[in-house]
Ligand binder design. Sequence first.
Ligand code: HAM
Length: 431
Amino acid sequence: MTPRYRAVKGTRDLLPPESERFAAAETIAREIFSSYGYGETRTPILEATELFARSVGETTDLVHKEMYTFADRKGRSLTMRPENTAGIVRAAIERGLAAGPMPLRLWCHGPQFRYERPQAGRYREFRQIDAELFGVAGPVAEAEILRMLVAFLRALGFRALSVSLNSVGTAESRAAFGQALRKHLKPNAVSFGEDDRRKLAENPLRLFESKDPAVRKALQAAPQTLDFLDDSSRRHHEEVRRLLSAAGIPYRDDPALVRGLDYYTRTVFEVVSGDLGAQDAILGGGRYDNLVELLGGPALPAIGFAIGEDRLLSVAPFSSAVRGWALLLPQEPEDVDEALGLAEDLRRTAPGLTVEVDLLARGFKKGMARANTLFEEAGERSLERERMFAVLLGSREREQGAITVKKLATGEQETFPRSELAERFGAARER
Ligand code: HAM
């Protein structure tokens, strides 16, 4: 049947088991980030449009062409957040955290919205895991946040990823760099498209995001941000590099990395994966020492990152924790209630085990067929297969006050008194 309604272009449904992998990654993030003292926040999806225009920057692609912006019924311009940093900063100022004890450590995860052309790894609704650290001007902030990031990536099974690192300096050095870039690119501007010519005039750093071969070629011999750093930013950058090396964090210098948002100062970083296609950035982040003040808060240095969860999970080597699973099959409808009670006992005895009761009591044959399908779906090498059972509750069992447990991996079957279910089942798990 052709579905009458489809998910909106660029959005997708996360369904089990994929949704479970997302939840598992978020749980790992929660465990690791909270062990570093980061508190979980949930800020609204809707924010005033002005917030993103001010922070991310009017002339960025993100604000200029990718936002889901609309007027509400009272004519206020609202935007579905395209990223989470601006919302967190707004909340930290509005709710007084930015004036409270420092450092302030916050993290969040949730959906973000960008009107981009959908392709592999690029969606209009996508998810980010985001962490922000406020109140630390020195390079130890970079050291902590990147240590935490790498701890998270390692917990997901990544071993070979490296951080691309650069510095864009202060607002002044960025401006000087922008001017030099403009001067360098101007002779080639006739071959640029209209949008890139606008960028050249308004915000030349944004040309680094251009896919146009003419722009890319012109950028090859372009000046580099590092040549324009003030002394203090240069020292900061050197110290960041030293601290990362000392922490054993693999990184490589990327002089062309400027990032697509205007709020960055000094350190910027990304992690890309060779296992992704054209959209290869798993995450991006950096320092934004002027943003809190720009949005009306105190002068507060800050740094953070956001991981694109959809991209992360399409390449993450981890698999969700092995839980084990039992399908309880009551043969007749009158056995269902008994099965529900037994299921409770099982869940209590074997924590982590998923216990499903065949509420429709479709009989052993159909029940076993479903159990075997789930077993096949668990995958050849899945450890979970070792912990998959069918538990039969039929007329024979009813007469004898017994239960039959079948281990799906071996086909081994045992019948024993119901009173021993929890105990015997625990033992069966061990084998
Ligand atoms: P961003 O680089 O714009 O940075 O996004 C971070 C990550 O979100 C990207 O590296 C990518 O993995 C993912 N992402 C972005 N757009 C899409 C899309 N259309 N589909 C799928 N994934 C996508 C930020 O958002 C900053 N707020 C990061 C930050 C936090 N900087 C400081 N603190």
